[in-house]
Every structure is written in structure tokens, then in C-alpha cells.
Design a protein around this ligand. Structure first.
Ligand SMILES: [Zn+2]
Ligand SMILES: [Zn+2]
Ligand SMILES: [Zn+2]
Length: 174
């Protein structure tokens, strides 16, 4: 799988995520059913976190007849297996880039293109543990969600701004 904020062939990225999930389910001795695969691959259809409602809509449009409870159960299964994460602030789901490794997840989320990328979080884990220890708090889990602009959106904005400046300069000249 590739990082969201990098140029890559996403179709390959999606299909490698699906085959890795299937392998992990085999290893765990759990079934990667047709519905589980379909929901998982819809979540991986882009690097934008997707809500349960959006998933239900997409599934409804397909030829598969899945009821909301089965889709919610499928999401629970995928979360339990560590194949996807929930982005709490968006109440949406995203595929995990390092499934099989136990971790909670730290995300950088672009407010413009709405893509999210899971980032390496050793340092953040350490700081969060320190804070919890300091307050004698027993941490169970955490989610870190960092909002802003991805590199691509930043350069797009810079291009638009400079194009805007040029056009107003032209107006002044005429
Ligand atoms: Zn991708
Ligand atoms: Zn992950
Ligand atoms: Zn962006």
C-alpha cells in the first residue's frame, strides 16, 4: 500500500490492500467473506475516510443486497482485525497501512482534498504515554488526528493565488 500524499497507482495500492487483508484473515483463521471483502475494498477505493452511510449507499447501488446491520457488523469485524481505523472526528473509516501490527493510529488529514494518511507514530506514542503516566492515568487507546493542508493542496493553492495576482495585474494595465 502507498501513502495517500504521494503520487502512486492507486488501483495497485487498493488491490494489494485487499490481498494482504485476505492473507491476514487466513493467518488468523477468520473468514474474509464476500461482503467483508466488498466493504473493505470500498473503504480502500480512495484515501478519503468514508462514513458508514456512504458505504451503505455504494453497496445499495451495487448488485449486493446488504442490510445496514450486516454492514455495521462487517465494519466491527474489520476494526477488530486491525484492517481499518475509525477517524473519530469525522466518524468515518479508513484502511490501515500496516495491518497486522498492533497500533492505534495517527493521521494527518487534509481539509481540502479530504485525504488522510497514517503516519509513523513512535514519538507521539512516547509523548502520550508520558502524559498519561504523569497524570497516573491508565491509557487504553488514543487517536491523533492532525488537520491541515497536504503538500499537493498547498502547491495548488499557491498556483491559484499567483494566477489570481497575475489576472488582477492585467486588469490594472487595461
Ligand atoms: Zn493508494
Ligand atoms: Zn494502521
Ligand atoms: Zn490535500
Amino acid at each position: 500500500m502507498e501513502k495517500a500524499f504521494s503520487h502512486h497507482n492507486h488501483q495497485q495500492c487498493q488491490s494489494s490492500a485487499v490481498s494482504q487483508a485476505r492473507e491476514l484473515c487466513d493467518k488468523e483463521g477468520v473468514r474474509f467473506t464476500k461482503l467483508r471483502e466488498q466493504v473493505f475494498s470500498l473503504i480502500w477505493q480512495s484515501h478519503k475516510p468514508i462514513t458508514a452511510y456512504q458505504l451503505l449507499d455504494l453497496i445499495k447501488d451495487g448488485d449486493f443486497s446488504a442490510t445496514p446491520p450486516t454492514v455495521y457488523r462487517t465494519l466491527d469485524f474489520l476494526l477488530e482485525q486491525g484492517l481499518i481505523h475509525r477517524i473519530n472526528s469525522l466518524n468515518a473509516f479508513i484502511g490501515c497501512c500496516q495491518p497486522g501490527e498492533h497500533h492505534t493510529g495517527t493521521f494527518i488529514i487534509c481539509e481540502q482534498c479530504e485525504q488522510a494518511e497514517e503516519v509513523d507514530n513512535d514519538e507521539i506514542v512516547r509523548v502520550i504515554k508520558d502524559v498519561s503516566d504523569h497524570h497516573k492515568f491508565r491509557m487504553k487507546r488514543y487517536v491523533t488526528e492532525i488537520y491541515g493542508l497536504c503538500p499537493q493542496c498547498q502547491s495548488e493553492n499557491a498556483r491559484c493565488q499567483s494566477a489570481g495576482r497575475e489576472s488582477t495585474e492585467e486588469e490594472h494595465q487595461s
